[in-house]
Design a protein around this ligand. Structure first.
Ligand SMILES: C[S@@+](CC[C@H](N)C(=O)[O-])C[C@H]1O[C@@H](n2cnc3c(N)ncnc32)[C@H](O)[C@@H]1O
Length: 293
């Protein structure tokens, strides 16, 4: 190979280093992970494969290098990685996401497990689960696919988010999942008194507590984040609606902020729920509260 060309050859190894450096300088908390995921997205390779390609000094074509550079600039400007790739992994699913819809988070995967366990414990042939404020459809579609005998109902109020919800429901095509556009306050009156599980990851941030993280502040929709002055407006609406949807003995599962466990337990107890209990996640943070109707 002539020396001039060989000097312009870009390798996975050098790109990993360069992308990591740029993302680190932009203040991204785990720059190597994001570098590998961005490069892997362009090269259609898993993270492990990207690492293997770096070890073997695989070359990157000029076109791919240009795309990687372009996406790195977007990520360095703090656009969420999931908006750049258009994808968010959630349990066994890969969901389509972008502007207008909340990007599902790993902590919600654990909260969803509580609902899955509850449904699996049910002796009913077709236990019913309801996801209030479904966003991308993450929780509802995980429940519908992982507990195929369950019937799952999901509601989303934001039209912008619903475009993504619809797309994900269409792609997963779970026959046991029903989706509606509407307000959770009056969703699914036809199943009142029959649901076994109501789950919600509602907006719960107090209006004045603007998140510091740019990706959240600028790119997650406000309707997915903010829950009024004390953050609990939608939690109150979920509690009221879930009382009607669940049969006696049914379970409400709420995701919430780390500091909100005591406030939410008090709110639920005042609404007449039995045994409100906050469960720590795998990192010991109080992110979910369950209660029995
Ligand atoms: C924090 S996001 C959670 C989305 C998804 N369940 C997840 O965990 O990734 C909250 C969602 O609730 C929706 N939402 C807020 N208020 C609602 C209401 N009154 N009725 C229905 N959906 C609502 C928001 O638009 C947003 O999509």
């Amino acid at each position: 190979m002539p020396e001039e060309i060989s000097r312009t050859v870009t390798t996975v190894s050098s790109m990993r280093e360069a992308v990591r450096g740029l993302l680190s300088a932009a203040g991204i908390s785990d720059p190597q992970v994001d570098a590998d995921l961005l490069i892997g997205f362009v090269l259609d390779a898993s993270r492990g494969r990207v690492q293997a390609m770096a070890i073997t000094d695989t070359a990157v074509s000029p076109d791919d290098a240009a795309t990687i550079n372009e996406l790195t600039t977007r990520r360095a400007a703090r656009e969420p990685l999931q908006h750049i790739t258009g994808q968010a992994p959630f349990r066994s699913l890969v969901l389509a996401v972008g502007p207008g819809v909340f990007v599902p988070r790993p902590e919600t995967e654990q909260v969803t497990q509580i609902a899955i366990d509850r449904l699996n414990q049910s002796e009913l042939p077709e236990p019913i689960a309801v996801d209030l404020g479904t966003g991308s459809g993450a929780i509802a579609l995980a429940l519908a696919t992982e507990v195929p005998r369950a019937r799952v109902f999901a509601v989303e109020k934001s039209v912008d988010a619903f475009l993504w919800t619809r797309r994900n429901f269409d792609a997963v095509a779970a026959p046991n999942a029903t989706l509606v556009l509407g307000d959770l306050a009056d969703a699914f009156p036809e199943i009142d008194g029959t649901a076994d599980v109501v789950i919600s990851n509602p907006p719960y941030i107090p209006d004045a507590a603007i998140p510091r993280e740019v990706e959240v502040r600028l790119h997650d929709p406000g309707a997915a984040l903010y829950g009024g002055e004390d953050g609990l407006d939608v939690v109150r609406a979920v509690s009221t609606r879930a009382q009607m949807l669940l049969h006696p003995g049914g379970t409400l599962i709420l995701e919430h902020g780390e500091e909100q466990g005591p406030g939410i337990r008090a709110l639920l107890a005042a609404d007449g729920w039995r045994t409100p209990r906050t469960t720590p996640d795998l990192s010991g943070r109080d992110r979910a509260t369950s209660a029995i109707r």
